[in-house]
Design a protein around this ligand. Structure first.
Ligand code: NAD
Ligand code: IPM
Ligand code: MN
Length: 367
């Protein structure tokens, strides 16, 4: 009998609770109808909690997640009532940085021709994976402000790039390519302008590439990559890049696959061979979230697309050892898109919950 897996669920803010509501129904289906050993642990964290008692990401919650959970499922964070984004940063970065989930893996796959917004491009042209560095870069939060509010003020955000951080992310991209039959890894940087930090990325990329002679290694400046992504996305298999560039590039990716309502992601600590990172632990908890944010203008209206969250559950199930279920969920979502059983952002006229109902009906039929 397999061991029970504890899934921490953080619905969060805005549309987070609505889309996570549907994702949790899928999880619950797998637990009760297919006997997967999943136990849910629902966490009241986010703007409401912060406004109620000032808590953002309590240390005891972090400790339990770290020690007991197998995965975290996160909706979205960000609420106009907390303009400083405190609760969101503490939770999101507390998970990504605090659990050292150094690879933000964002697959960009269009699950229907009509989702691709480019002329003469179909779903076969949009199929790549972004590996975004997830624990350092400009997100590290180092820096400061001086003479704030005066005409002489200075604002500095430092861009932190460590050999270990850059190397393990690049290796994770190459190893993913090798394991999944992908031919090419692109690395996007701005080494022409960011001479110190991105010279490290450039050098490390080509050094590491020599260990993967079966995979083509291509460097591209990130501005040119944005152009190529829109002109011809079919040339991309795996993209490795820094934290900030990965955030931006993956949003173009989301547009290519039908919008943010379709984009899933995983925050992982992949095991990579021959790396300076010795902190791997096979039982390490991973975090799964849709790429989109809390979309405050859509919240509470039953219009948010839950498919990104449902595909995110698929990524989680694959990570936990049930890859067939990820494929099954993808097929159901693709059918839902083809039959327009979806929300208005992807051409349907169903509400959030009705899309969940349809997906659950299909899952039940697949039994
Ligand atoms: P957003 O992703 O919330 O929304 C961008 C656009 O996409 C909007 O037009 C929105 O309506 C649409 N959209 C997003 N998700 C959708 C869905 N499921 N279905 C249909 N349409 C969808 O980005 P934003 O407006 O820049 O940010 C809103 C808040 O979310 C901010 O506080 C931001 O910081 C936060 N945010 C959080 C996360 C996260 O928690 N991981 C990610 C991105 C943004
Ligand atoms: C994302 C988001 C976050 C990020 C924000 C909310 C800090 O845009 O998950 O893509 O930049 O990582
Ligand atoms: Mn983003």
């Amino acid at each position: 009998m397999s061991q029970e897996k504890l899934i921490a669920v953080i619905p969060g803010d805005g549309i987070g609770p609505e889309v996570m509501g549907q994702a949790v129904r899928v999880l619950e289906f797998y637990r009760s109808h297919r006997g997967l050993p999943l136990q849910q642990w629902s966490l009241d964290l986010g703007a409401d909690r912060y406004l109620r008692d000032g808590s953002t990401y309590p240390p005891d919650v972090h400790a339990r997640i770290r020690n007991e959970a197998s995965a975290i499922l996160l909706g979205a964070l960000g609420d106009p009532r907390v303009p400083g984004f405190e609760q969101a940063r503490d939770i999101l970065f507390g998970l990504r940085f605090g659990l050292d989930l150094y690879a933000n893996v964002r697959p960009v796959r269009a699950l229907g021709d009509r989702l691709v917004p480019l002329r003469d491009c179909g779903m076969e042209d949009v199929d790549f994976v972004v590996f975004r560095e997830n624990t350092e870069g400009i997100y590290a939060g180092l820096g400061g402000q001086f003479k704030r509010g005066t005409g002489d003020e200075i604002a500095i955000s430092e861009d932190i790039n460590t050999r270990k951080g850059v190397e393990r992310l690049i290796r994770a991209g190459f190893e993913y390519a090798r394991a999944h039959g992908r031919r090419r890894v692109h690395m996007a940087d701005k080494s022409n302008a960011m001479r110190q930090a991105h010279e490290l990325w450039y050098r490390a990329f080509f050094e590491i590439a020599t260990e993967y002679p079966d995979i083509e290694a291509k460097h591209v400046y990130v501005d040119a990559m944005c152009l190529h992504l829109v002109q011809d996305p079919s040339q991309f298999d795996v993209i490795v890049t820094s934290n900030l560039f990965g955030d931006i590039v993956s949003e173009i990716g989301a547009a290519l696959q039908g919008g943010l309502g379709m984009a899933a992601s995983a925050n992982l600590h992949p095991r990579v061979t021959r790396c300076c990172d010795e902190s791997h632990d096979d039982a390490r908890v991973a975090m799964f979230e849709p790429v989109h944010g809390s979309a405050p203008s859509l919240a509470g209206k039953d219009v948010a697309n839950p498919l990104a969250s449902i595909l995110t559950v698929g990524m989680m199930l694959a990570h936990l050892g049930w890859p067939d279920e990820e494929r099954r969920l993808e097929q159901i979502v693709a059918r839902g898109i083809a039959e327009k059983r979806c929300t208005p952002d992807v051409g349907g006229d169903l509400g959030t919950r009705a899309v969940g109902d349809w997906v659950l009906g299909e899952l039940a039929r697949a039994l």
